[in-house]
Structures are given as structure tokens and as C-alpha cells.
Design a protein around this ligand. Sequence first.
Ligand code: BGC
Length: 736
Amino acid sequence: MRIPFKTRILRLFGVLPTKTDRRIASLLKLMTLDEKIGQLNQISGNLATGPVSDRETNLFKIASEGKAGSFLNIKSVEHTKALQEAAMLSRMKIPLLFALDVIHGYKTTFPIPLAEAASWDMEAVELSARIAAVEASASGIHWTFAPMVDITRDPRWGRVMEGAGEDPCLGGKVARARVKGFQGKGLGATDALIACAKHFAAYGAAVGGREYDSADMSLRMLWETYLPPFKAALDAGVATFMNGFNDLNGIPATGSRYLQRDILKGRWGFEGFVVSDWASIKEMVNHGYASNSSDAAQKAFTAGNDMDMAGECYLENLSELVKKKKISMRMIDEAVERILRKKFEMGLFDDPFRFCDSQREQEALCNPEHREAARQMAEKCIVLLKNEKDILPLNRSLKIALIGPLVKSKKDMLGAWSIDWPEHSDTVTLYEALEKRVTDSSMLMYAQGCGISDDTSEGFIEAIDVANQADVVVVSIGEKSDMSGEARSRSDIHLPGVQEDLVMALCATGKPVIVLIHAGRPLIFNRISDRAPAILYTWWLGSEAGNAIANVLFGDYNPSGKLPITFPRSEGQIPVYYNHFNTGRPIPEGHTGETEYTTGYIDISNSPKFPFGYGLSYTSFAYENLKLSTTSMKENQKIQVSFDLKNTGSRTGEEIVQLYIRDRVASVVRPVKELKDFKKIKLKPGECKCLEFTIDEEMLSFYNDKLQWVAEPGSFDIMIGTSSADIRLADILEFK
Ligand code: BGC
């Protein structure tokens, strides 16, 4: 039936109820209070990702009694279908939502999110999330707890691996790409996953980099640095938000009315629903913000938290709170309505089993195209930190000594938050990948050297012996997959164990040593970076790690990744980030050591070991001919910044060109530079392209001391760089 134009317009403005509105309203009329509370409850399956309670564990009973609206940590068509069948035995037959932390791939594991951010390739990031959604949705999953869009300036925080690093502009673009990838053509498509922007908000600023700890900051800092990626996710249509374990300025995020009702559902007009983090409602008692579980339920609920994950605090208390008139039925209905709407949008009321096709599951999980995309993504994430005398790429005729504790590791290539399959036999190790590429097996030798956390150098002798027989040494070191991730904060972020000593011993042989560092965070490895001629930072790259690294080692792929987060020289520098203020006594430009009465340390330079935006290529690029379409810009005007980028080396390569802006004088102090845009460009040797950025008023704007978003008249530095610390072209723009 054709819907008349007038009806459509009225619906668009919310004047007329849609069919879904009417269906939700009639459901709400039929549901008892307990059934409504059931919808607000999320229960974990057996794969716990947090502390477990000793409550009812008969999931089928819970589902058939309508005591849960959603389950997390259940995967596969077989299991989700069985529970959905149980839900269909409940009085109201409301379908369940199945949620899982699909963070970087499902069966095909993609690089960790921090690594993907290092690609600065938004199409690839979107494709990675798309493939994760295709696989997970075919396996009965409806909802992923991703993307984590927390900005962090603290590499000690274990969850740094799960986000996009330190920058709000890059973080916002990654958030958008991942939401688009997960949600695909929109909820309702059978290959779309509901995305979830988490952890709202400021969790990445946990004090001391300690998991679950407090965040305390000015509102200006919150709005300027920590909220933009959430807003970007919202603008991309993200359907759910998760709050966080942290308190923000003394109020637990889970109980924050300011974050959830005022900003998210109020000012931003978010129409989806908010889920708590794992038992974070109950944990408000530990915070000292709620006196007991009932108080916690009341505070979280009135603050705007719709669904309770794994805490059963709503199940225990909401009914009583309604009876005592501490929570109104209207508020309960509003939260239930938000959740039911997503179930309608997913098409689950029309067919609760539409994600339960085992043939489709089988095909999606064994799709070779997904592996190919995972390899390509992994190649793009690798960052070349050092390459003295163009030692890389390697010539195929060289005899290689492959040394280190991660050479043959499978699980550690995948990293934290990879989905637990009975075994990871399909992960390609470095050893397997190199073995395939050498012409005869005598060209590849192996020694482990040491374990990741070993404190003994017993294995060094064998490693040195193997190195001495080779032309070149490739050493693979880093973190185990459980050294970064949730509850994996580290106070010491140097390479664990004796791994750095192993590399130094190998360097002492006089053989050229290429170091591969696999990790979930920026690590500190100063001795290696000063001594080894070549270093590739490979993060945790997923199922195709070995193949991607081998392709970079042999030059089949020219590395193009750049750091999405600053690498410190010492833990004592943390937080160290590129978009800091200048202070009244800045260290003079270009000065790397101690200077009297300036902002710095007496024992170490302020500069990081590797700056934000840094990464080398096997080729080189020249930046020339900067032109501003005008050097004087008025309100609402847009101007163009153009320049020529030339590949001056002998290989085809990609460069990530970065646009930074500094507001020289403003009503509040502004950072020394802020990333505003970037482009990734591929050029053949000798090829030159004219590139252009558009600058608009938004890019000159900031939050003033009244938290108004303003662009103030004055002078702005327009900088084009190859990293935040290497600005190649600059000019001044006057904003009138
Ligand atoms: C994490 C969330 C995650 C949830 C479910 C929590 O401990 O903080 O990010 O989505 O567990 O696994």
C-alpha cells in the first residue's frame, strides 16, 4: 500500500505514529511490569567477560520466562537459535537480542583497532567492520559492543588497544567508519550488526592508566577531546551506547544524568538505548555513590541507563521502585520502547530466526575473500619506525635467521578481544609465512632465543649461533596477547622479560637486525631503537599476521602506516601527546634536552620517542608549492589549501598527508597544533599530485570558557605535515 505524501511527512516529524510506533504501543499495553523489566535485563552466557554472579544460570528458563531482553556472550546459530526458541515460549514472545564483543573481526580476525587506526585508511577500516558484521550476523549475533571510541593519552591503560589512539579528529573518523561498517545498509539487513559506541564517557582518561579508575577533567577538555568521537559515531547512526566503569568528575558514568540524559538523549537527540557496562550499576555501591543495589538501580535508571548488563540490579529492584513510586511507569515504558524499537528495526518481530541460517553461517565463516581483506588490512597497519641505509625490503636471496618468542605464536598474533574459537589453527604465523616465501628451506633458520617474559638468557647462545650463520636476522618480540586489553594495565611498558637484551645480543653479532614488535600498545624500547637498523611496529595483526608481515619484509607491500598515538621515551613522560598547550615557559623550538626554567624534565627530553602521525615508507615524498586560495577568511566562508606531493624515491608508495591548525591567540589557550584532516595518497616513482584540503569555520572553532562552540577572529597557522612533529609546509590564515 502506498503511503500518502502528507502521512509520510507527518511521520517524519513525529506527528503521526508509524506502524512500529503502534506495534510498540500495543505491546506495552499488554506487558506486565515484570515483563517490561525483563526487557531491560541482559544476561551473560557461559563465556564470561567480567566477574560472574551465582544467580540463576539456566539460560533457557530465563528466556522462556521473559526475564531477559538480551543475552551476551552466546555465539553460533546453534546456540542463539535454541535460546530464541525458548524466548518464543514466553507469554509475550518478544525476541531476544544476542550481543557479543565483536571488536576486531569474528572468525576472521582483523588487526586490533589501534592497529587499524594506524592505517589512516577509512575505507579499509569500514570494510573490516563490514566483514566482521557479515560473519557475526551469519552466526546469530545481532549486536556488537563496538566501536570503543575512547580517546586515550595513556599507553599504560590496557584498553588502549581497543580504540583509535589519542586524537579526536582521527578518532572521530575511525568511529564513523566502524559504525558504518557494522551497521552496513542499516538495521533490518540480515548482515547488519547493531553497533555500540562505548564507554560513554572519558573512560580513556582513567587516572594512572589503571583499569576501572576515575576520570577527572574540565568540561572543556571533555567536550573538546573526549566527546567528539562519540558525536561522530552518533552522526553515523550508531544505534546503542554503553556507559563506563569510571566516574567522571565524581559521578559514575553509569549514574550520570549529565552524560546520558542531558547530553546524549537531550542535546544530541539520541533515539537508541544505553546499556550499562558489566555490572556497572551495582558497582556504584563500591564507588560510594549508591547505598545499596536498590539505590544504584534507581540512580542508573533515572540517569538514563536503559539496559542492565550482567548485574541483575534492575531485575531485583525496579519493580519495588515502581511500586514505591520512586520510578514512574512512564519512564519504564520509555526505556522498554527504546529497546523494542531496535528489535523491530532488526526485523526480529517479523522473524526471530532471521539470523539463524546455518548454511549461511558455514559460508560466511569460511570465506576466502574475508581472509584476503584481513591480509590487506594488516599490511596497511604496519608502521615502519626505522630503516637505516634502506636495509628493508629484504632481498629474497638472503639467508634469514628468524629469532624470537613470537615467531611461531598463533594466539599472540591475534591479540586481546579476539573471539575464542577452540583453536586458532588458521592463524598464519611469521614462520609459516616466511617458509612459504623462501626458495629452499636452508635459507630459513630458527631459534626462539627466549620466552616473552623470561628472565633468563639461556637461549641466547643458540640464537647467536643461528644469527651468525645467516645474512640477516629478523627478530620477533613483543607482548603476549593477554598483556594488553581489559584489566591489563601495566606500570612498566618496556618490552617484557629479556627480549630487549636478546636484540642487543643479536645486534652485537654485527649482522643486520630487523626488529618486529607485536603489541597492543606503544611500548618503550629505547636501546633497540637506537641500535637496530630497522624496526617494524606490527601491533597484533590478526589471522593473516604472518603473510602481511612477510609481504612488507620482502617489499611486496610498501609500508604506509602512521602512529595514531605518541610513543613515549619513558613512563615518566606519560601523558605525552602532540596537541598540548605551549605554557608560559616552553622549551625553545627544536631543543631536545634540559633547559633552565622551562616546561620539562631535568633528566629527559620532552619529545616523545616517536611522535603522533609518524611512519616511514620504502620511498620518500617531497612537499612543495603550498597555496591558500585566500589568506583572509570571513565567517561562513570556505577556503582551499593546495600543495604538490611528489614521490621522490624509486618505489610506488602511499603517504598520509596531515593538515594541522593552530589558533595563535584566543580567549582560551589553544593547543600547539591540532589535526583537522588527512589524506592517504598512492604515488608511483616520480609521480606528483596536487592535493587539496578545504578549511571551513568548524576547523577553526573550539569550546570557549562558556562551553560555546566558536571561531574567534585572529591568525591561524595552517600546517601540512608528514607527522605531527615534521611539518613540511606552513602559512598563516587570517580569520576576520
Ligand atoms: C567491558 C565492555 C564489554 C563488556 C562485555 C566489560 O567488562 O568493559 O567493554 O563490552 O565487558 O563483554
